[in-house]
Write a protein that binds this ligand. Sequence first.
Ligand code: HEM
Length: 417
Amino acid sequence: PAPPPPRTPSPGPSVTEAFAALGTAAGRQDPYPHYEAIRAHGPVAELRPGRLVLTGYEDCDRALRDTRLLVQDAAGYDALSPGWRSHSSLRAFTSSMLYSNPPDHTRLRSVVNFAFTPPRIRELHAVIAEMTDKLLDRMARLGAGGAPVDLIAEFASRLPVAVISTMIGFAEEDQVWFRDMASTVAVSTDGFGDPAALERADRAMDEMTAYFTELIARRRREPRDDLVTLLADTHREHPDTLDRDELMGTLMVLLTAGFETTSFLIGHGVMLALERAAPAARLRTETDFAARYVEEILRYEPPVHVTSRWAAADTEVAGVPVPAGSRLTLVLAAANRDPRRYADPDRFDPDRTASRPLSFGAGGHFCLGAPLARLEAGIALPRLFARFPHLTATSAPVYRDRWVVRGLDTFPVAVAP
Ligand code: HEM
């Protein structure tokens, strides 16, 4: 038989060029064309030997469930960037479940897991609706007479902070301080790139540690039904289950993993509804629409674009050998637009069924807060559009200049005509 025709080289940019573009300001503003340029080299593309970039849905899903592929933990960072332990912000995160592998991961997650199960989270429905309405009252006051109100600062970022702060046990008057501190610290998880940002993150972490320490002492004297009391008790009674660094790490990850991400989910939900006429009306009138709408926002504009793993042993993804020591970048946002998984993937379509986007990850590290984030957005969006049927954008939303956790920094809206 005739030999197969030689594979035509892809005419677009190389994997290296497309990946490098994601590190530029323009690439961060609109990363999707660069994901497609990487996908043109296959769902598992080689950046260089031992460095793979995954853009396929099945491929990312399999990699996230492969127990030979691990997250970078403290030991991993020691090998990768000596000196990282001098940064308190990085130390806090690496003592949390997000940066741990079994058996530590299993132990750390089990301490708080029960508080985030779907039935426990459903019990919060009334409290979240009440918090939402309070914030909407505030928006109405701020926007009276058509004055522009920043939807992100005044609503989308306040609701998740109010909810998680109440669950953890922070005083209401400290919530906005926490929001600002936590976003300063969260920048450190974007990598080791900017020393000045890391320095600010460390200072914010030190202030938060002082606050947590004081709060833990107070709860020991006067226990309450909140997560700080639970974590403080676990640390005191079972220090083998949760040491002091892990106690701080757990508080930090609960605070930071959930608030920017959920804020971005709500922000995107409003932006996408205002760009189209139908969703806002359907959010007001169709009771079961919000849940489907939220799934499609998660697919189409996921707050977390990317995560990573490294191979602790030889494995393979989609037939591509992955030798031990390889590092993998899993582009969840690209997986959510894989044309082999989703018909017409670049079209926003809330009527998709069984969508199951990878926005919350998969496998052992599947987002602990997924039921909470879905519930918050599912309550916030219909209530916002019911309360403000004439909501309009007063200027274009502005994306934050970050890639990994991506969303709107500001979005000025008018609540009344
Ligand atoms: C893990 C996304 C909201 C807490 C994750 C992961 C993703 C994610 C992708 C997995 C990371 C990986 O495997 O490398 C999101 C998105 C959210 C959201 C898109 C909102 C729309 C929340 C909320 C909370 C939370 C509200 C908590 C209150 C966590 C925790 C982990 C996690 C603790 C680590 C789980 C583990 O390592 O076992 N999240 N998250 N997240 N998320 Fe979320």
